[in-house]
Design a binder for this molecule. Structure first.
Ligand code: ZN
Length: 339
């Protein structure tokens, strides 16, 4: 078993992936046609070319992302993309995946909360892959809208494990959603929030997540490294950092490799994730991990550590977690014996 085979066969968990970012270029075109949606792309090649967005990176990426997800118009579309993604997970040897969904954008396009949940749950229940759904608020929208989503989610409480916060970060600090997070905690949800890379007030936002919102996880969390106090808090409270070393088609290598090395060396609970696998050149988890390993020169033990952190940070039962971790350790042991 060589290193690439070791990574491909590794039992995996993924904690940071947006279901709306799993629509392939081919599927975007198919759904645009089926639903009569006007998009500015005429071919798969044009869609892939648009993934080479320029700076400001987050804003330009999100504009592209929302353009592609605008083709999702009913429960059938959502069911199909969820089913297709979970099928991919099976081939990636992903044992457990926690998926973000953005209810506000679907509701705006006429898919009711109940239809959205039914579509995703039908696909999840038919899959061999263990799944968890995380309801993500678009942070440029109002607190009131987020509170409404908690009301709508009430009757689906058992099917949603946690809540998150994503989208346009500048001017939309975590603290804007304090009331939402307080109620979500009371309602029994697990809590996470995006602190994206290279954002204005990034360190302040990470502080708000850790101290005010009191989250269990931080999505990305790169700028935790900029403040020793935050490093200490994250390590002590074991706040999982769901990093996404994605890259655009013209990038020479995965982004954030240096930060990943630093986080591992500091003993932070960091894991690897694909974010929006069809919208980056990094694509799915095995491909991404193989590249990160090669370009970042990580050992088999270090690649396993990223995955231990993912299983440990996942919101599954202790028993299930123990089974996955045992399988992971056996996989590393088998590799080390041969090499
Ligand atoms: Zn994300």
């Amino acid at each position: 078993m060589n290193m690439n085979e070791f990574i491909a066969a590794m039992p995996k968990a993924e904690l940071h992936i947006h279901i709306e970012g799993t629509v392939s270029a081919k599927k975007v075109l198919e759904l645009a046609e089926r639903n009569g949606v006007d998009i500015p792309y005429a071919s798969e090649a044009e869609i892939v070319a648009a993934q080479d967005y320029s700076f400001p990176a987050l804003e330009n990426f999100l504009d592209y992302h929302y353009m592609c997800s605008s083709v999702l118009r009913d429960g059938r579309d959502v069911y199909e993309i969820t089913r297709d993604f979970l099928e991919k997970c099976r081939f990636e040897n992903i044992r457990h995946v926690e998926m973000f969904f953005d209810p506000q954008q679907h509701i705006e396009r006429g898919v009711s909360f109940d239809d959205l949940m039914e579509a995703m749950m039908t696909a999840c229940q038919a899959s061999e892959v263990s799944t968890g759904l995380i309801m993500c608020m678009n942070r440029e929208r109002s607190l009131e809208s987020a509170m409404e989503m908690l009301d709508l989610a009430d009757k689906h409480r058992e099917d949603i494990i946690g809540v998150g916060l994503d989208s346009y970060e500048e001017g939309n600090p975590p603290i804007k959603f304090q009331e939402f997070y307080d109620r979500a905690r009371e309602d029994g949800y697990r809590l996470t929030a995006h602190c994206d890379c290279d954002q204005k007030d990034a360190v302040k936002h990470a502080h708000q997540c850790a101290h005010d919102l009191n989250v269990d996880r931080i999505d990305h969390g790169l700028h935790v490294l900029d403040d020793p106090e935050l490093v200490e808090v994250v390590r002590k409270r074991e706040i999982t950092l769901t990093m996404c070393p994605t890259w655009r088609p013209s990038d020479p290598e995965p982004r954030r490799l240096k930060a990943l090395r630093e986080m591992l060396d500091l003993g932070l609970p960091v894991c690897l994730n694909t974010d929006d696998p069809e919208e980056f050149a990094s694509r799915y988890l095995t491909h991404m991990m193989q590249s990160v390993q090669q370009k970042g020169n990580f050992s088999a033990e270090e690649m396993t550590q990223f995955m231990r952190n993912a299983f440990r940070g996942s919101w599954i039962g202790q028993e299930q977690r123990a089974i996955h971790l045992t399988e992971l350790e056996a996989h590393l042991e088998a590799y080390l014996k041969q090499n």
